[in-house]
Ligand binder design. Structure first.
Ligand code: TYC
Length: 118
C-alpha cells in the first residue's frame, strides 16, 4: 500500500504593511464610525416632605458627592426646585434613577428623581 502524503497546511494570503488582516486599520475605521454615547443628567426635584438629610445621603451614596457638595446641591434643589446630581450614559443614569426611587420609597419619602437628555 503506497504511503499517503500528509495534507499541507492552509496557506496564508500575502500580507502587505498596511493591510495585515485585522490590526490597526480595522480599529481606526471602527473608531471613526462609533458615535460617543449620548449623555443624560439625573435631576432631583424638590418636595416639602423628604428630609434634607436623606437628600444629602442620596447625593453622597449614589452620586459620589462629598458632604459639602452634597449639602450645596441639596440646598440649591430646596431653593430652586430642581438640581443636577450628575451626567451619565443612558443606562447608568436610568439605573441611578431606579436606585434613588427605590431607596426613597423604602423610607416612605416622596422624593422625585428623573433623567433628561443633557
Ligand atoms: N424641601 C425639603 C425640606 O424642606 C428638602 C428637599 C431637598 C427635598 C431636595 C427634596 O430634592 C429635594 N425638607
Amino acid at each position: 500500500m503506497p504511503e499517503e502524503t500528509p495534507p499541507s497546511p492552509p496557506t496564508q494570503p500575502p500580507v502587505t504593511p498596511d493591510q495585515d488582516g485585522g490590526g490597526s486599520v480595522v480599529a481606526e475605521r471602527k473608531a471613526a464610525r462609533v458615535k460617543p454615547p449620548s449623555l443624560y443628567q439625573v435631576v432631583l426635584l424638590n418636595d416639602d416632605y423628604t428630609p434634607m438629610e436623606f437628600v444629602v445621603m442620596v447625593l453622597q451614596h449614589y452620586f459620589q458627592r462629598d458632604a459639602d457638595t452634597a449639602t450645596h446641591i441639596m440646598l440649591k434643589i430646596h431653593h430652586e426646585g430642581r438640581g443636577i446630581c450628575g451626567v451619565y450614559p443612558k443606562d447608568v443614569a436610568a439605573t441611578k434613577v431606579e436606585l434613588v426611587l427605590t431607596a426613597a420609597r423604602r423610607e416612605g419619602h416622596p422624593l422625585q428623581c428623573i433623567m433628561e437628555a443633557a
